[in-house]
Design a protein around this ligand. Structure first.
Ligand code: NAD
Ligand code: MG
Length: 395
């Protein structure tokens, strides 16, 4: 990596803010080239005051105009850019060495791909881009000559447990992703039809954005993570297992042919994987609390129940079929989760919508970015039709 500069895509989100906290723990080490967000100009302004990036990007034009005026009033030199293309513009600036990809959902795909093509070290939180277009993103990393360092706590743990951060040839028997099970791990099944968005977002161990919080409650998050692990570590889906571990202390494991199992442990705090990835291959301070194993014991491990969590099964099937099916899964899920958060459909409808869209659209081999984007659009349209029908049925 020639340049040192850091861009944080999705700076105002949960991962973005944790990244800024790690940057602040290590003064002078990670010069900030740009912070980006969709529309939260008030939050981005506060971040500009505190962290002094060279550029600030807002996708929404009106929000960008407000930010520009506030920065001018405050006499700050940060330059404001507006629109989706500006996300790509900033990752391509020559001063940039690292890009934290922390936009939520499919909106992260194009800037993450651009960062990879430009040869940046991509710190990948935006798992949806690998799920949608893993083939294209891995190819872009190879061709750009940069690297991909996982931020997702499970994948960061596995990265730390593999000798060179990769899988396949190293005598690995299987990867074991741990899952907390989310807020509904022990909720009686007959109550799941009634749960509210706020209940679904109340994660027992992690504080996260609302979309990933719902994904954790359905365990679609773990399903997306199976697909993410296959791409990152070159593993077939049948060698990526899921184990419930309600305390979220063991962040994932690698089982080797000789019977050794390596695990990474820590407090459930995203600052640890973020600091690992930012500092890698060195170790830097994260500001996360130290792990108190005696205080947290005992640690439990259980089988993941696919009857309780049908999204896990749907994601596994999409991983097995491959091609465009993971992109279909992701798009249908994003639409269904947004509808659930907006109070349009019930919690259990999320899996119904995703399953029905997967049954409707075929799995085709991935040939181009245009094809993936067209599949994403088609799957969203299909999902929205089903959501409208479900609303009609319940009205
Ligand atoms: P969040 O909702 O808290 O933040 C999302 C960020 O993306 C915000 O800065 C927002 O402005 C930006 N954004 C949203 N839509 C956008 C758009 N259309 N264009 C440009 N920017 C947009 O989300 P989060 O919880 O921080 O998650 C971010 C990503 O990291 C997700 O892919 C998630 O799966 C992954 N992740 C999060 C956690 C966690 O602890 N929060 C852990 C592992 C992985
Ligand atoms: Mg995770």
């Amino acid at each position: 990596m020639s340049a040192e500069g850091l861009v944080i895509l999705g700076a105002t989100g949960s991962v973005g803010e944790s990244t800024l906290a790690v940057v602040a723990e290590n003064p002078g080490r990670f010069p900030l080239v740009a912070l980006t967000a969709r529309s939260d100009d008030a939050r981005l302004f506060a971040q500009c005051v505190e962290h002094r990036p060279a550029f600030a990007v807002l996708v929404e034009e009106a929000a960008a105009a407000r930010l520009e005026a506030r920065l001018a009033d405050a006499g700050l030199p940060t330059r404001v850019l507006a629109g989706v293309d500006a996300l790509i513009e900033v990752v391509e600036l020559p001063a940039v060495g690292r890009v934290m990809a922390a936009i939520v959902g499919a909106a992260g795909l194009l800037p993450t791909l651009a960062a990879a093509r430009a040869g940046r070290q991509v710190l990948l939180a935006n798992k949806e881009s690998l799920v949608m277009a893993g083939h294209l993103l891995m190819e872009a990393v190879r061709e750009g000559g940069g690297e991909l360092v996982p931020i997702d706590s499970e994948h960061n743990a596995i990265f730390q447990c593999l000798p060179n951060g990769d899988g396949g040839a190293q005598g690995v028997r299987r990867l074991i992703l741990t899952a907390s099970g989310g807020p509904f791990l022990d909720t009686p099944l007959e109550q799941l039809s009634q749960v509210t968005p706020d209940q679904a977002c109340a994660h027992p161990n992690w504080v996260m954005g609302r979309k990933i919080s719902v994904d954790s409650a359905t365990m679609m998050n773990k399903g997306l993570e199976i697909i993410e692990a296959c791409w990152l570590f070159d593993m077939p889906p049948e060698r990526v297992d899921v184990m419930i571990h309600p305390q979220s202390i063991v962040h994932s494991m690698v089982e080797y042919e000789d019977g050794s199992v390596l695990a990474e442990l820590g407090a459930p705090d995203m600052r640890t994987p973020i600091a690992h990835a930012l500092g890698w291959p060195q170790r830097i301070r994260s500001g996360a609390p130290w792990l108190d194993l005696v205080g947290t014991a005992p640690l439990d491990f259980r089988v993941a129940d696919e009857a309780r969590f049908p999204c896990l099964r749907l994601a596994r099937e999409a991983a097995r079929r491959g091609g465009t099916h993971p992109a279909v899964l992701n798009a249908a899920n994003e639409e269904a989760v947004a509808a659930f958060l907006d109070g349009e459909v019930a919690f259990l409808d999320i899996a119904r919508v995703v399953g029905a869209v997967l049954d409707t659209l075929p799995a085709e081999p991935v040939t181009s970015l245009e094809q993936v984007l067209a599949v994403d659009t088609a799957a969203r349209a299909e999902a929205r039709e089903l959501i409208a029908a479900l609303q009609g049925a319940s009205a």
